[in-house]
Design a protein around this ligand. Structure first.
Ligand code: PBG
Length: 327
């Protein structure tokens, strides 16, 4: 009897045995490295709420991307901070936009690195919302269709610059189909759309908004991002994005939404990424800097939980460190 109860432990008696029966692993190429390129800086500029994350100018972005590639990273997700913001979000779709310029250089210098271009308007408009704002008196509304038009323009422009994948993070309705159609019309049939399909309205995006200089100046994102209480709605949103032509899915944030991640992978069986967002990063970094937690072990455990919950890919600010740790 006692012997039967003890049986599971036999598989844990040595590291080689544990390795042999391990169900998920973390590989550097599964980690996508988010990077910020800014028109306003001349060298790596620290983001206070995200230790070890920087805004780069194009030169330093390329250098950092090269090192990441040699560490084993195979894909980066690029966000841009323009020098000038305007109501038309022109920096988002100009060929001289900061991300477009960065992509051309990256493609030239690290051609095998996959460039995923985040597509959104919030960094490019003064008010910081992800879509076009229409005001009447002191009321305002984020108008869907005019936003989608600009977002599709940005996606095409990023593909023209050389982006390998476009990733719309705005959460407007119907944007995936419009982006898909516009890309196809202009000869970018092979550029996949990686959709932020289940993006919840989260307090964990706080530090990112410092990094991307994209905090809304009024109101919040509740009219376009999803209610953290709704799992079924997330599945319906994803089904729509797939019908519209999404090739890869993102669930975001990660840690508080592992249940969603599991359901998404289980139901749709699509290539699925989880976004381990800025707030998740900041809280663990802060604890580690205080000596309250072992950073490496905590991070690897966290990444294992994402893989176990069904993530094929993990978008994480720890990507480079992970690649070095697991070598
Ligand atoms: C919006 C966007 C956000 C993030 C990526 N794209 C935040 C938001 O909705 O304000 C957050 C990423 C993070 O927190 O790490 N375009």
């Amino acid at each position: 009897m006692l012997d039967l109860l003890r049986r599971p432990r036999r598989l844990r008696s040595s590291e080689t045995l544990r390795q042999l029966v391990r169900e998920v692993t973390i590989e550097p190429w599964q980690c996508i490295y988010p990077m910020f390129v800014s028109e306003k800086v001349t060298g790596p500029t620290p983001i206070v709420s995200m230790p070890n994350v920087f805004q780069y100018d194009v030169e330093h972005l390329v250098a950092e991307a090269k090192t990441a590639y040699s560490d084993g990273i195979r894909a980066i997700l690029v966000f841009g901070i323009p020098a000038v913001k305007d109501d038309a979000a022109s920096g988002a779709y100009s060929q001289e936009g900061i991300v477009q310029r960065a992509i051309r250089r990256l493609k030239h210098e690290v051609s095998d690195l996959i460039i995923i271009a985040d597509v959104c308007l919030c960094e490019y408009m003064e008010h910081g919302h992800c879509g076009v704002v229409q005001r009447s008196g002191d009321r305002y509304e984020i108008v869907n269709d005019p936003s989608v038009e600009l977002i599709a323009r940005a996606a095409v422009s990023l593909a023209e610059a050389g982006a390998d994948i476009v990733a719309p993070s705005d959460m407007m309705d119907g944007r995936v189909s419009v982006i898909r159609r516009q890309l196809d019309l202009r000869g970018f049939q092979t550029v996949p759309v990686m959709s932020y399909a289940a993006k919840f309205c989260s307090a964990f995006y706080g530090p990112f908004r410092e990094a991307a200089e994209s905090s809304p100046h009024f109101g919040d994102r509740r009219s376009y991002q999803m209610d953290p209480a709704n799992a079924s709605e997330a599945l319906r949103e994803i089904a729509l994005d797939l019908e519209e032509g999404a090739d890869l899915l993102i669930v975001k944030p990660g840690l508080p939404y592992l249940d969603i991640l599991w359901r998404v992978k289980d139901r749709f069986k699509m290539p699925t990424a989880v976004y381990n967002v800025s707030g998740e990063y900041a809280m663990l970094k802060a604890a580690a800097q205080n000596g309250w937690i072992d950073e490496k072990n905590a991070v690897l455990e966290l990444m294992t939980s994402f893989r176990r919950a069904g993530a094929d890919l993990i978008i994480t600010y720890w990507a480079r460190e992970i690649a070095k740790w697991i070598g």
